[in-house]
Each structure stands twice: as C-alpha cells, then as structure tokens.
Design a protein around this ligand. Structure first.
Ligand SMILES: [Zn+2]
Length: 502
C-alpha cells in the first residue's frame, strides 16, 4: 500500500521527468520561437558570482525571478531572458589572495597586478557547473548559452558608456569623503557591506582637557570614543543654542555643557563660580592642540591659521559626553561637513593601512592598538580627565574581520541626491507586493538616498553593485546603493551606527 502511494507522490521523479521532456523537446526554445515578433519584455538576470557555491537562498530568488518571464510569456510577449555572471569584485580577489598566500594590497602589488588579475579571471568559473545544474533542477528558464559576463569587453564598454552618460548629466564628481574603510583590504565599503559586520565591543572613550589659548589654567572638556583621532584634531564643536558653563573645580577653570557636569565629574559634584551662557558665545575661542607634533603637521595645510578653534553646529547634542565634540574632519562625516563650512584645515595622521603616520609618536601602530598608548600619554601629561569604558556596536570588515575605520578618501561619486525626487516619483508608479514596501522599506530608502561612492581602489574590475544597477532589469527590486548615512559612532547618542539596509 505504502509503495503505491509513494510512487504516485514522488515529486522528484516527476520533476526529473518534466525536465527530461523539456530538454528532449526543446520546450524553452519553442516557447521563444512561438512568440517571435511579439511585443518584447526583457529580463536580464541579476548575475550571481560563480566562484561561490549556490545555496538555498539562491533557489528562492531563482524561483521568484522565473515567475515573471513565464507570466509575460503566457500573456503572449516575447521574453528575452538573459542569464549573467558577475565575475568581478572583492570576493574574487580575496579567494585568490588566499590561494596565493598573499595578505593585503602591498603583497598583491609585489606579486604583480597583471598576474594577479589573470589568476582572478581563472578563478571565477569554479562553480559554474553547480550553478547550471541547480538552475536546471529548479526549472529556471534563461538563456544560459549566451550569458552576459561582467569581464567581457562588451560589458565593460557598456559600463563606461553609462558612466559617460552620467558624467554628461553632471552627476559624476570627485570628492573627498569620509567612508567606511577596511585598512586591510585597502578599500571603502558600501553601507550594505558595513551593515553585515557589526559586533558589540567594549572600548575606552576619553574625556580630554584642551587648554584655552591665552587664558590661565582654563580648559575645554571634550569627549571622544576614538582616541586615535585626537592627534588629527583641528577644532572643537559646540551647539550654538545649548547652555554651556564655565566654572572652577579641582584647581582648574573648566568649560563644558552645563547639563553634563554631573555625568562627567560625578553625581553631586560641587563646583564654584559657575556662570552659564549659550554655546554661540564660545564660537571662535582658540585653544592649544593636545600634542606638539600637531604644530609641525599642520604646516602648509589649507586654512592652517584656523586650526584649533571652537566652532558651532547643531548636530552636537547634550545626551552624551561633555557637550563639546572633538573634530577630526578626516575621520567623521559630520566633522568633514563642519570643517568645510567653517574653513577648518584637514589633518589626516593615519595612513591608508590604518596606521599612525610618522609625524606622530606612535608611527606605524594600527589605530586600535594606538588607542591605549595615546590614553597613557595623555594621562601622563595631565590632559586626560577620564577614560570610561563604553559598549557599542562597531563595524568590522565582513570579509576579513578587521575593524573598519571612518576615513576620508578621494572618491568618485554619483550624485544620487539630485535624482531623489525623480526616484520617488517613479517609485509611486511601481506595483509593489506587499503594497507597504512602496512607502515603507523602499520609499524610506529613496527618501534617504545619499550620493553613491563608486571608487573601490582594488585591482579586479568594478563592484557588482555598479554592474547590476547599470542593467535596469524589470523585476529587480533593490539596487545596492548606499542606503543610510554611516555614522562614525564616535560620540553620538545612540552609538549604533548605520541601520540595516534592504
Ligand atoms: Zn577587509
């Protein structure tokens, strides 16, 4: 009895029979031929990477993507279904690096870029067979015989063509922007990549005293969660509308946010001669840099004379720290903006490998390792008020597990912000299932769209997100643009960094 039932319900056997029938009778080709000359509906598959094995998630996307071409074919359209292969990007490089026993960009360059990319090109077809087997087995119909391949010159030319069109529209620009950056991979990461690597870490922050210039024994207290950015400090920022205080305590005159005195100096602390005033009154106040080598480092930098000045901006809050935010425009998005707006010089005393530069006392030390050394030196010199531990979510490279740093790079951008209204308008014409995605997840993503940093500073081709968005494939929903403003997580109130992305 059981045997009979199980034979009748052997789905696998049935499926194999159907596939066999399709293959023997050229059904896919026939379904195309029968509709030759009909209205065209085009589908370019978002290309998978064939140097990784297909997994269960790919089966879901293949099945879903197969629905639309089949539906439109049944409605009588001629549906071009072009398969694609994404052959480029960091994952390929990392595989090859591992295989060759190389570690980082310097070793790749010593090995030679030409032979390196040759190895990359060879490695990309590793699991092509498994991809083809999986695609056939789940009944996915696409033209796999003539796929588009991202390393083909035809394809690369199309990318350059789109980039040229974008440039002609004035939407391409080169900027200096703070980006989430992996110092080991030597590349900026998209916010989507960043969102994949958050871990909760416990680190030491620092409340530091900056000596006010030409005022005896008077100090501004500022807070940072990244002590390694202090050598690159060029300004302090206060909120113009919040209340600040100047008072005497423990033999010093101190300036800081009024609301945070107890939080910083201890509950019930008794201070003397306190006066309060709005932050705007601190604007233009000059102070001395924390380290002598900063005088040397600033020489010849644009706006050099404006270094170490108090500036105002309303992004500063009274929720954490001291109400005074240390500014290092090379390592924070807000800092970079405030620096630009106030003509503050730009100091970047960390190299592209994430090490302190030679001008500092900690030359060659990785930033995170430099943190305790910097705190120790500040302590010795009487410039450290406290170094409380705090817990926050910090991003790590999803590929190599190195802590990311926020780092100013010269980068090419596509001005997505200029397209926001148009994107929103078009989004309203899309048939979304479920309906709430239009205003919700995708609508929010478009509302908050930021300029798209394209540069990757790697060797093997363009990034997949650039490749994919070039093809406007019907049925594709989410692009891979940066979707949230990455928070440098240095002293913000929530300290959670970017939210997750679609
Ligand atoms: Zn990395």
């Amino acid at each position: 009895m059981f045997e009979k039932v199980s034979t009748a319900l052997d789905f696998q056997a049935r499926e194999r029979e159907v596939i066999k029938f399709w293959n023997e009778n050229n059904i896919f080709k026939k379904s195309m031929d029968q509709r030759a000359g009909a209205d065209v509906w085009t589908f370019f598959d978002g290309p998978p990477t064939a140097n990784g094995k297909p997994h269960i998630g790919h089966i879901e996307t293949r099945a879903l993507k197969d629905l639309f071409p089949r539906y439109w074919t049944m409605k009588g359209k001629s549906v071009t279904r072009k398969a694609g292969w994404d052959t480029h990007g960091l994952p390929v490089e990392l595989e090859v690096e591992k295989a060759l026993g190389l570690d980082g960009k310097e070793q790749i360059e010593a090995y030679g870029i030409e032979p390196f990319i040759k190895k990359c090109k060879e490695s990309v077809w590793k699991y092509k067979g498994e991809w083809e087997r999986m695609s056939e087995r789940v009944g996915y119909w696409a033209d796999m015989e003539n796929p588009y391949i991202t390393y083909d010159n035809d394809y690369i030319e199309s990318e350059w063509w789109s980039l040229k069109k974008i440039a002609e529209k004035g939407l391409l620009y080169k900027g200096h922007k703070v980006v989430p950056y992996c110092p080991r991979c030597g590349t900026a990461l998209s916010s989507h990549e960043v969102s994949q690597g958050y871990k909760e870490v416990k680190e030491r922050s620092a409340v530091v005293r900056f000596k006010v210039k030409d005022q005896d024994n008077t100090y501004i207290y500022a807070w940072t969660t990244t002590p390694w950015t202090l050598p690159s400090n060029v300004a302090l920022c206060v909120n113009p509308d919040e209340t600040y205080a100047r008072f005497d305590y423990d033999g010093r005159t101190i300036i800081m946010g009024d609301a945070l005195i107890e939080k910083v100096l201890g509950e019930g602390v008794q201070v003397c001669n306190k006066i309060t005033f709005p932050g705007i009154e601190l604007k233009g106040l000059r102070y001395e840099p924390l380290f002598d080598f900063q005088y040397e480092a600033i020489k010849g930098v644009d706006n050099e004379k404006n270094a170490w000045t108090v500036v105002c901006d309303d992004y500063v809050t009274m929720t954490d720290g001291t109400g005074v935010v240390h500014q290092a425009p090379a390592f924070g998005e807000d800092d970079a903006r405030v620096g630009r707006e106030n003509h503050i010089p730009f100091l970047q005393l960390v190299n592209a490998r994430g090490e302190m530069t030679a001008v500092t006392r900690w030359a060659g030390v990785f930033v995170k390792k430099a943190d305790p050394m910097i705190l120790e030196d500040l302590e010795k010199e009487g410039k450290l008020v406290s170094a409380p531990y705090f817990t926050h979510d910090y991003p790590f490279c999803w590929r190599c597990d190195t802590p990311l740093i926020y780092y100013a790079r010269s980068t090419w951008f596509i001005r997505m912000t200029a397209l926001r209204d148009n994107l929103l308008k078009n989004n309203n014409t899309v048939n979304w299932y479920p309906d709430n995605i239009r205003e919700g997840r995708f609508g929010n993503f478009l509302e908050n769209v930021i300029d798209w940093g394209l540069s990757r500073e790697r060797y093997w081709g363009t990034c997949a997100s650039a490749a994919r968005s070039t093809w406007s494939a019907p049925g594709r929903s989410f692009g891979s643009w940066a979707t949230s403003t990455a928070s440098p997580c240095r002293r913000t109130s929530s300290c959670t960094g970017p939210t997750s992305t679609p």
